[in-house]
Ligand binder design. Structure first.
Ligand code: NAP
Ligand code: G4F
Length: 344
């Protein structure tokens, strides 16, 4: 019989890649979506077209801040696995909307864990933990035992969710998994995260739709991998015999500046001719350096990243060149208003 998975945050980047993976593995997938005034299912629309008519993919309105809807949903669909990917996941925004970010990041996981604890069947729970929890002060390589020094409301809420998952594992025997994922990117990455902001701008600059790119701290270092590789790791963690905490990372760290250099070079341009910085994009408290050690996942899960940093940058640039070309055609046909530079 097919396994049943529930994914919160199915409309996000990881939601897309995980849904695709689980459907390919013949799971029956349920996902939660928030009602919004504009359509927010663009990422998964191709999957909806392909699988929804077979009843392998079903969407439900819910919100992490509505525990009763989550509880009812879990009782109704009786999932084997729950992947809690939903979060206000933008670190800089969490300083601007701290209460919402924290409520979503803490009460959401707790509500699901309560429903899992009280369910009649054993349900596995995946918590989307984050390398932001480490605070990243220097170039030290971080693993499952490294200290948490959260530096934003986002990171603090992730620490709570991580720890409450461990507490439910130890206190009630819940199969609770914490995936401590370092930054992972893709052509489906939200456009206000730095990698996608850069590759969108490169595409738009190349097609004459944008003249400059305004960023914040160019000297921040991140351990950037490809999201498609990381969702495989999530599934491996959930299908390992024992629940645990797992770091997924590449073991390489690069600066925003290096990302710019490679990205602009891919289209024959020099980033220094286009990039300006503004205080607007600096954070009240910066995470300077993140570098992960994925040895445990490699040894016990057999997980390894398959996409290099250079390949990641190139695949994102190539995808955004195609998008900019389509954007240009729409503008030329008066079907879209030109925007000189996005304000995000
Ligand atoms: P994302 O693209 O921002 O997606 C976040 C998802 O959460 C979206 O589906 C969003 O819905 C949903 N959401 C936000 N607030 C919600 C609420 N109150 N109730 C229900 N749903 C809500 O994030 P991602 O990159 O896929 O990341 C997935 C998870 O992994 C997040 O928890 C993130 O914090 C964590 N994480 C990500 C990374 C990374 O590098 N990508 C690294 C470590 C951990 P809408 O589409 O309606 O906004
Ligand atoms: O792309 P970012 O916004 O990602 P950040 O803050 O590392 O968070 C992402 O990864 C976490 C895992 O460690 C996730 F938990 C989290 O949900 C999210 O997916 O920023 C990366 C770096 C930062 O140091 C930031 O200061 O890029 C720097 N940066 C420089 N200019 C910028 C900009 N970031 C953004 N978003 N926009 C800029 O203009």
């Amino acid at each position: 019989m097919s396994k049943v998975a529930l994914i919160t945050g199915i409309t996000g980047q990881d939601g897309y890649y995980l849904t695709k993976l689980l459907l390919e593995k013949k799971y029956v997938v349920h996902g939660t979506v928030r009602r919004s005034s504009t359509i927010n299912t663009q990422r998964i629309d191709p999957l909806i077209s392909k699988y929804k008519s077979n009843e392998n993919l079903t969407l439900h309105y819910s919100d992490l801040l509505d525990p009763s809807s989550l509880n009812q949903l879990i009782q109704k669909i009786q999932p084997d696995e729950i992947y809690n990917l939903a979060a206000q996941s933008h670190v800089a925004v969490s300083f601007k909307n701290p209460v919402f970010s924290t409520q979503t990041g803490t009460l959401g996981p707790l509500s699901i864990l309560e429903a899992v604890k009280n369910a009649d069947k054993d349900i596995k729970y995946y918590q989307a933990s984050s390398s932001e929890m480490f605070g990243g002060i220097d170039s030290q390589q971080l693993n499952e035992n490294s200290k948490f020094i959260p530096k934003s409301p986002y990171a603090a809420s992730k620490v709570f969710a991580h720890q409450i998952t461990t507490i439910y594992r130890e206190s009630y025997g819940v199969f609770g998994v914490n995936g401590i994922l370092f930054n992972h990117e893709s052509p489906h990455r939200g456009e206000t995260f730095v990698t996608r902001k850069i590759t969108r701008a490169i595409g738009r600059i190349k097609f004459g739709l944008q003249s400059k790119l305004t960023l914040g701290n160019l000297d921040a270092y991140r351990d950037w991998g490809f999201a498609g590789d990381y969702v495989k790791g999530m599934w491996m963690m959930m299908n390992h015999k024992t629940p645990s905490d797992w770091v997924l990372a590449t073991g390489e760290s690069h600066s925003v500046r290096e990302f710019l250099e490679i990205g602009f070079k891919e289209v024959g341009l020099n980033y220094e001719d286009y990039v300006v910085t503004s205080e607007k994009y600096f954070r009240p408290n910066e995470v300077n350096h993140l570098l992960g050690d994925p040895s445990k996942a490699k040894q016990y899960l057999g997980w390894e990243p398959e996409t290099s940093f250079q390949e990641l940058v190139k695949l994102m640039v190539q995808s955004d060149l195609k998008l900019a070309e389509r954007e240009k055609t729409l503008i030329e046909n008066n079907l879209l208003d030109p925007t000189w530079e996005y304000s995000t």
